[in-house]
Design a protein around this ligand. Structure first.
Ligand SMILES: *Cc1c(COP(=O)(O)O)cnc(C)c1O
Length: 369
């Protein structure tokens, strides 16, 4: 069977070169006679794998010296809790900008853990189709929180709010290394790896060292495993890390480096997204339209509706689109139920050819329907 173009929002496609390397090393990695899946995480064979992965994160994201790079588990969703428990500890107040499902979940988790959450801006009024402009966040907040790329709504910040001395925390799960990012502007960044970096199972956390506190300074009841210091002190090996996922992550980072690093990814991603949005906004766009507003559009996730949106046969047309696309080798295009329609996730590993194939299919489908 030939490979398909996979537009899944996550877990999502990985570079084919990386998959081939992993396959070649499956039974014997680096002459050890073992698969990485079988290695002790404390072994001489595994040590360079995790060290190299960290070094590559530092290099590609230009991580300043005073930040720790951690490989954790529990996905982006566990970070919703860890952020609140480890950072919401002085005034117990935090500012959240609500731009969609993931930002809302993060705020709800902080509230659940007793943090006083102020939603300083929200785009809920227009179905989260844009990013509200927040010039400045001021107040006695322990941290300010944003979701930089909104995977479900297909929106992305084109600016960063000025938070002064308040540490800015960002969920970058669906845009990590899709573009250059100035790490020094943030107190903490996190990303579940399964969108842009690796298979599911590892969460990348980049945290400024002064924000790492002792377990007994975290919010009451914080488990040892949810304290950043535990993992910083243990160099991401306090307990067994997701070894194989970290190994694949290292390979994906080398692939990103070979393709121009963060700058190269931005160029590649802009080219793909421009092509798709230009088509959606074009005259054929009488058939389709993008749901995210201009000025807030994600380069990674592109939700779109057809002219049948709101009509009685909308579901039928959407189902037909998804089914016929899959038959043409374009899979996982079903939209999220909150937005409806379709969504094309075009992460780093998606090729320009994949996007061109999608547009060709869309043109044909528009003509026939
Ligand atoms: C996918 C996603 C999450 C949730 O990640 P899990 O690893 O499934 O917990 C959180 N935030 C964003 C922006 C996401 O895209």
């Amino acid at each position: 069977m030939s490979r398909v173009y996979n537009f899944s929002a996550g877990p999502s496609c990985l570079p084919e070169e990386v998959l081939k390397e992993c396959a070649a090393e499956m039974l014997d990695c680096n002459g050890t006679g073992q698969s990485v899946m079988e290695m002790s995480h404390r072994s001489k064979a595994f040590e360079p794998i995790i060290k190299d992965a960290e070094a590559m994160v530092r290099k590609l994201m230009k991580v300043p010296e005073n930040y720790k790079v951690l490989f954790l588990q529990g996905g982006g969703s566990t970070q919703f809790a860890m952020v609140a428990q480890n950072l919401g500890i002085h005034t117990g107040k935090a500012a959240y900008i609500q731009t969609g499902v993931w930002a809302k979940k993060a705020a709800a988790e902080a509230r659940h853990l007793g943090v006083q959450v102020d939603v300083v801006a929200s785009s809920e009024d227009k179905g989260y189709s844009y990013i509200p402009k927040v010039e400045k966040i001021e107040g006695d907040y322990d941290y300010a929180y944003i979701c930089l790329n909104n995977t479900i709504m297909g929106t992305h910040y084109e600016y960063l709010p000025d938070t002064g001395k308040i540490p800015l925390v960002a969920d970058i799960s669906s845009c990590v290394l899709s573009e250059p990012l100035d790490v020094s502007k943030f107190g903490l960044l996190f990303a579940g790896a399964q969108k842009n970096l690796a298979p599911a199972g590892v969460t990348l956390v980049i945290i400024r060292e002064d924000l790492i506190c002792e377990l007994d300074k975290c919010r009451a009841g914080t488990p040892t495993m949810l304290c950043y210091k535990t993992h910083a002190d243990g160099e991401s090996m306090y307990n067994t890390p997701p070894c194989y996922t970290i190994y694949v992550l290292g390979k994906v980072l080398k692939w990103i480096e070979a393709n121009g690093g963060a700058e190269g990814m931005l160029k590649r991603n802009k080219e793909k997204a421009d092509l798709l949005y230009n088509y959606l906004d074009s005259n054929d766009g009488n058939f389709y339209h993008a749901t995210a507003q201009k000025g807030s559009r994600s380069l990674m996730n592109v939700p779109f509706l057809t002219k049948y949106a709101g009509a009685e046969n909308e579901k039928e047309i959407n189902d037909k689109f998804v089914k016929e696309a899959a038959a043409a080798g374009l899979v996982n295009l079903k939209g999220h139920r909150l937005v409806g329609g379709m969504r094309a996730s075009i992460y780093n590993a998606m090729s320009l050819d994949g996007v061109k194939a999608l547009i060709d299919f869309m043109k044909k489908f528009a003509k026939e329907n």
